[in-house]
Design a protein around this ligand. Structure first.
Ligand code: IVH
Length: 688
């Protein structure tokens, strides 16, 4: 066993080096992950062979395998933090002792994820995450989807080549709708907008990033030969070039002005549309910045004043246990209402039984609630000195509060579940609510209350019942009547035209959100193909990992799922992707192999486009292949094979040109012009 562990460690290190250092991977991510999982399993089973240098223990930065890792031109340092005015006073003392009295610029400290942007000749060349400060991930394709990041600069006074830093943020509004969507797909919600922003930048498919509603503020023009003498002048120039710079950025002439700025921001920050966790204070003049210099970790000319996470004390009144669509039981604390960070807090989520035990929570306890970067307040601790003598430990319910079934806690899960999926009312109603929701079957006339009403009247226990609702019985229900009943039946009937991808999402397969459903529909084309697929085949699909694959297999293995699908199919609900009408025949008779990754394009998306233009996709390079479409990180073996067989190797641009060739006679083409990469091109219309 030890031998295999050593072998796996050696193999994984070898492939890591190939990937990160040599940029010439020999195996794909799937194979790498498989080896890594094997190692992790063996290490877990044999702790005696532990090794802190094992490749499974490389942690501590946000580097991921999927993105090209690049070195920063200037290392991305952090800022020194203070939480008190006294410490801030020490910063001013030090600055003024070393360079005399100076102007400061006070700015918001944005609570997102840092980004470095490189521009050349006024065009966005590259966007890189902070990573470990020295190397980060090249996320250019994803950053290009953020509307507030200019792809072409305005004016003509920008340096020919420069770097600018800022923060990618997810505004609260985007964050809330994203989490609502994730909850609907039974995916783990993001804990806070910062994690959501970072997660959105690390998407394999830029279309997903694009859908996340990100924003980007810039706050640092980097370089030693900048055309200005102060930071503030740079920010004004940067704004003219088209970047987003916060209007709240202010020049302060004295310490008191800085303190007043902090007070002002502290008061108003809860009404800003995005998260902030403090104020950054920078010496304005570049000459003084140079004199002050850097430590190994941070500039000595700047400091972050961080706001403490706000806390409030209140009393725990009771705990409710809520049952969701999947049967997961979530404890929710009912609190005596208390004012916190601009809102009145009455409830706090307790996540699961372990958390209740860890807090040693009892009804009647005085508890501290906190809102850090999180939207939903959490209970951080109990004030033991105020515990009432008669307070009893909280018991987690053992039976479902809705249907009385004994709860189960599956191995490896933190949550308790009600296993009565077929008859537990909130599970049934929750599934139907999801099925009819706007992004699923979009059955507008059916609100949550009507669904509950139809359910309690015994007319609706499965989504398939929707398609055989008896009109008279529906009309006879309280508050409905004939007109409402007719509307309901009409929109149910209309929903049979909803495309297969949305039907798939509507089915409510655990972890299958909208995007995954689209990928699955494009890849498999029909519910029958999907039901027949093995977990391994499923995991080959874009956006589908092992966890999702297993969930899909389990879902379709259930007899009631199969019965539901057949009833829906009989009712005329779409169980196949629309037959692909050729959009042109420009690729007719030609066969393609797609390999590697493509900035701005998913592989499945390109394959679909090839078919739509009459071309054929092949899985592997052979004598029958006409073209190998080569992306980034394509294996060297594939290239060698193509060269040997005389298969033409082309890039994605050539592929797009070939597709558009058929229309060239009608639409004047400009072959000499380079593609206008910052403008939406016709082909981008393929992005869902
Ligand atoms: S300036 C060399 N300005 O805070 C220092 N950073 O702890 C460059 N941040 O990684 C950073 N708002 O992600 C700067 N107005 C602001 C900022 C800001 C947020 C973040 C940034 C950085 C971290 C430093």
């Amino acid at each position: 066993m030890h031998q295999r562990i050593t072998e796996l460690r050696r193999l994984l290190e070898y492939h890591n080096h190939k990937y990160y250092v040599e940029n010439a991977p020999e195996i794909d991510d799937f194979e790498f992950d498989r080896l890594m999982r094997e190692l992790q399993d063996l290490e877990a089973a044999h702790p005696e062979f532990d090794d802190p240098d094992s490749p499974s223990r490389r942690v501590g930065s946000d580097l991921t395998r999927e993105f090209r890792s690049v070195e920063h031109i200037h290392p991305m340092l952090s800022l020194s933090n203070t939480y008190s005015r006294e410490e801030l006073g020490e910063f001013f003392d030090r600055v003024e002792r070393e360079v005399g009295s100076v102007e400061y610029v006070a700015e918001l400290k944005f609570d997102g994820t840092a980004i470095s942007l490189i521009y050349e000749n006024g065009r966005l060349l590259r966007a890189v995450t902070r990573g470990d400060g020295v190397r980060g991930d090249d996320v250019t394709a994803n950053v290009r989807t953020i509307g507030s990041v200019p792809l072409r600069l305005r004016g003509d006074d920008y340096p020919q080549f420069f770097e600018i830093r800022g923060e990618v943020l997810m505004p609260f509004a985007s964050f809330e709708s994203l989490n609502a969507e994730r909850a609907a797909a039974d995916e783990q919600p993001f804990a806070n907008p910062r994690n959501a922003a970072a997660g959105s930048l690390k998407q394999q498919n830029p279309a997903v990033t694009a859908s996340r509603g990100l924003d980007c503020f810039l706050y640092f023009l980097v370089g030693d030969r900048l055309p200005h003498t102060t930071h503030y002048q740079s920010l004004e120039a940067v704004r003219r070039w088209g970047f987003k710079v916060s209007d709240l950025t202010t020049v302060c002439h004295t310490r008191d002005e800085v303190y007043a700025y902090i007070d002002r921001v502290d008061e108003m920050r809860h009404s800003l549309p995005f998260a902030t966790d403090g104020v950054v204070i920078k010496v304005n003049d570049y000459g003084y910045q140079r004199d002050l210099g850097f430590t190994s970790k941070s500039p000595r000319w700047a400091v972050a004043y961080k706001f403490k996470a706000e806390q409030a004390a209140t009393r725990l009144v009771s705990v409710d246990f809520q049952v969701g669509r999947t049967g997961a039981v979530t404890p929710v604390a009912n609190l005596e209402p208390v004012q916190l960070a601009g809102t009145v807090v009455k409830r706090a989520t307790l996540h699961n039984a372990d958390q209740i035990a860890a807090l040693d929570l009892r009804v009647g306890d005085t508890v501290y609630v906190e809102k850090g970067g999180e939207i939903i307040p959490k209970i951080t601790r109990v004030e033991m000195s105020l515990r009432p003598a008669d307070a009893l430990p909280l018991e987690f319910v053992s039976v479902c509060p809705e249907c009385g079934t004994a709860l189960v806690r599956p191995e490896g899960e933190a949550k308790h579940f009600c296993p009565n999926t077929t008859a537990c009312p909130p599970q049934i109603v929750g599934r139907i609510v999801h099925f009819v929701s706007r992004k699923a079957m979009n059955i507008e006339s059916l609100g949550d209350e009507t669904i509950a009403l139809l359910h309690s009247a015994g007319l609706l226990t499965d989504v398939a019942d929707l398609y055989s609702l008896p009109p008279a019985a529906v009309a006879a229900l309280p508050r409905l009547g004939e007109k409402s009943a007719a509307n309901i039946l009409k929109s149910v009937e209309e929903s049979t035209r909803v495309p297969f991808a949305r039907v798939l999402y509507a089915l409510g397969i655990r972890y299958v959100g909208e995007t995954t459903a689209k990928s699955l529909a494009a890849h498999f084309g029909s519910v029958d193909a999907l039901m027949a697929a093995s977990a391994e085949e499923l995991a080959q699909t874009e956006d589908v990992g092992e966890r999702i694959a297993t969930s899909i297999v389990e879902f379709f293995a259930k007899p009631d799922t199969r019965a539901r699908i057949e009833r829906l199919r009989a009712a005329g609900v779409q169980m196949e992707a629309e037959s692909r009408v050729a959009e042109s025949s420009s690729l007719a008779g030609r066969s393609f192999v797609i390999s590697g990754t493509f900035e701005g394009w998913g592989r499945d998306q390109l394959k679909e486009m090839i078919e739509n233009h009459g071309g054929r996709n092949l899985a592997a390079v052979s004598a029958k292949t006409d073209y190998l479409v080569a992306g980034d990180n394509m294996g060297p073996a594939k290239r060698a094979k193509a060269e040997k067989l005389g298969v033409e190797i082309i890039g994605v641009e050539t592929l797009l040109e070939m597709m558009n060739a058929a229309t060239a006679t009608e639409i004047p083409s400009h072959p000499a012009e380079e593609p206008q990469s910052d403008e939406k091109t016709a082909v981008q219309g393929y992005l869902f």
